[in-house]
Design a protein around this ligand. Sequence first.
Ligand code: HEC
Length: 217
Amino acid sequence: MLKSFLIAGCFAAAGLCPAAAFCAGLGTALDRARFPAEVLIVRGDLQRLNSPAALSPAEVTGLEGRIQSALTGLAWLAQEYGALTKSKIDGQLLQDLAQSWAQRDFLSAQALADQLSNGYTLNSAIFSADRASAKDVERARELDLQLCQGCHTDRVGTEKILPAYRLKEMAAGMPSDEFLARLLSGVRGTSDTALANPLSLGDIRGLLRLYQEDAVD
Ligand code: HEC
């Protein structure tokens, strides 16, 4: 399980974080974002699964696997979110979502994920591209060039289980909060950062600015 996860995942730590001890990554900002972000990703993945015209059969398999594993962890993330934010979690809604998915009723599942994402919104203000400093943007540009672009070259329809799409195109093709969610959860570190997202708050703001520059929201 872990092995396939390691192979399939998006690992961007190399060179990102030379002094691991001083690189706390996103810390509690990420902890609070985890559940709403995962809900947005599940919603987006379901939406893509429900309009599969442009997807390769391999990617349909990959998306199904990703939704399955996201749903398996969702109740736990919801609990963590409830504890951190002292908010009440709608357990029934989570159960209904799991049930629709189990029955392969993907349209209902998408509607329920949509309902969940409206109830537990991702606090995107702190990550806002408008708050990126000139330095953040410069570093994001460098990261993108040296690291991200090397892998993210796929075009829609690529015959891969989990394609690594061009990030600017990815940003242009989805709501901005969903793209933020994918930046927050999609990028993992190596074992040095306990698989946590190695990006800093400034990196996220800078990358959002970079990728969403010409995108219409
Ligand atoms: C070693 C190759 C590699 C590098 C380097 C890399 N990625 Fe990825 N990335 C992938 C692959 C493969 C996927 C698709 C699998 C997945 O979703 O986990 C992915 C997924 C993602 C996703 C989530 C997409 C989704 O569908 O949810 C985002 C966002 C992302 N990468 C951003 C970045 C950024 C930003 C960087 C640079 C800081 C980066 N990646 C560096 C390979 C890479």
